[in-house]
Design a protein around this ligand. Sequence first.
Ligand code: BGC
Ligand code: ZN
Length: 372
Amino acid sequence: MPTMKAIAVHPHVPNSMHVRDVPEPSIESVPDGRGVLVEVLRVGVDGTDRDILAGLYGAPPPGADFLVAGHENLGRVLAVGPNVPGRIRPGALVVTTVRRPGTSPYDQIGMQDMTTDRVYYERGINLLHGYMSERYVDDAAYMVLLPESLAETGCLLEPVTVAEKGIRQAFEIQRRLRIWRPRRACVLGAGSIGLIAALLLRLRGVDVVVYSRRPRPYLNSDLAEALGAVYLSSSATTLAQAAADQGPFDLMFEATGYSPMVFEAAANLGTDGVLVVASVTGGNTMATIPADRINQGFVLGNKVMVGTVNAALEDFEQGVADMISAEAFHPGWLARLLTTRIVGLDAYQELADHLLNDKAAIKTFVEVKSQA
Ligand code: BGC
Ligand code: ZN
């Protein structure tokens, strides 16, 4: 049986990242001739991968004791099955979505990001192998095409979609207000998701404050300011002060990874505002909160808080459009997020080290195959 190389982990075994030979994927494994064979170019990593590597999250496919890592993919089509739509052809640059349908009514209409199933299937995260291998096969229905202008930065599309979905939820919910147009937003957290959320809001003409722990200047605050956002550090300004000076905030997007910030954000949301919470926090942090004040503010101010996870195909399509306009309005900005390049699947130890210890990296990614 032909094999290829992959970076894998043993979920729930801390620090188990390794390189291994896995079976070469076959186009025929996808039903109805919709299989696409893709050569992997770049795969990014994030906090989810860190939690998996730390043994806190994730599961291997049934019957396997390892999980091929990686969900933030970018690749080039090598071959297509007989029923793949004409736009996907060998040579095309593609990104494939992460979550696959289960059984709930949402899954059945392509909204598996909203599944009510207890079990969810996510490539590189839960029960399905990921993309950190030389090649992969998937159904053309889960793939989006990228223009060549995104050949360097396309591995950022998946994290872009996470912010896209959260912002889409906010706009969808705020249709209740008939004429809602957010003027001022606050993004909490200046990591990759926070910075991308700031980008998407700036592209929509919203004034943005990025509020994070570290004092400016450093790369992340420079990137926020390059978008025309205001960067404020929690070491210099309380969120209440930021809201008084720069608010009221019509939209807040929480991406710090520190759950008590959710309640601090809730306490400082503007009237009729919406708070999007996007941090996956696996811990057991307890917090004391001004419960009456937050509750009363929500009741008397008609406020909303919404959780968001994963993304739908439409978020991938919107993400491509927004990455193209990001290149037009902020040339080179997306590439500056790609701080840390790991060359080749054999460098898995270097990848693991950066994932666990490199606090300065914005986006670490594996260059599986160079395009030079
Ligand atoms: C991924 C999402 C996924 C979530 C929860 C995130 O890192 O980007 O696609 O739904 O983790 O597993
Ligand atoms: Zn992710």
